[in-house]
Design a protein around this ligand. Structure first.
Ligand code: ZN
Ligand code: ZN
Length: 157
């Protein structure tokens, strides 16, 4: 399978991922929902060494969303695309929407479903993990940078 290419809305920020990817999951945590202004965010995980910016791409700007984690966005069009964290070192998480075309996997699960927006109805059959899911335990250590109304515990970051 050839590399997957992705981009922000304006096309100024462009990247590629060499498969295989690590996971594909829908995140319902408060941080993701608020940072993206969305009901939930669909993330694809990639090993950092399989991720690169394409020639001519601008650099993302990073917002430190918690003590351990940051979120990357295009400073021209505002598209939120990336998540990187000390809680998952060596990984780059990118939004599935920013990747054009198919990738090497289908969505696998919903995570932090206990924080899902009350006004969205999910109709698929995928597992719905809460923040108590053992594999998500590392993300529960997250601490908020400020008390700006974002929960500091139980969120991805
Ligand atoms: Zn852009
Ligand atoms: Zn999240």
């Amino acid at each position: 399978m050839k590399d997957f290419e992705g981009r922000c809305l304006c096309g100024g920020l462009r990247f590629s991922i060499t498969p295989p990817t690590l996971f594909f999951a829908h995140c319902h945590c408060n941080y993701c929902r608020e940072a993206h202004g969305a009901a939930f965010v669909s993330w694809v995980g990639a090993a950092a060494e399989r991720f690169r910016y394409l020639p001519g791409s601008r650099e993302p700007r990073w917002y430190q969303s918690s003590v351990q984690s940051r979120r990357g966005f295009c400073d021209s069009c505002g598209t939120t695309l990336f998540f990187a964290s000390a809680l998952c070192q060596g990984e780059m998480h990118v939004t599935r929407t920013s990747i054009r075309g198919p990738i090497d996997r289908e969505p696998q699960c919903h995570v932090f479903y206990d924080q899902h927006a009350a006004w969205i109805k999910i109709g698929d059959e995928l597992p719905r993990f809460t923040g108590d899911e053992p594999s998500l335990a590392k993300f529960k250590a997250v601490r908020a940078v400020t008390n700006a109304g974002i929960m500091g515990d139980g969120s991805k970051s």
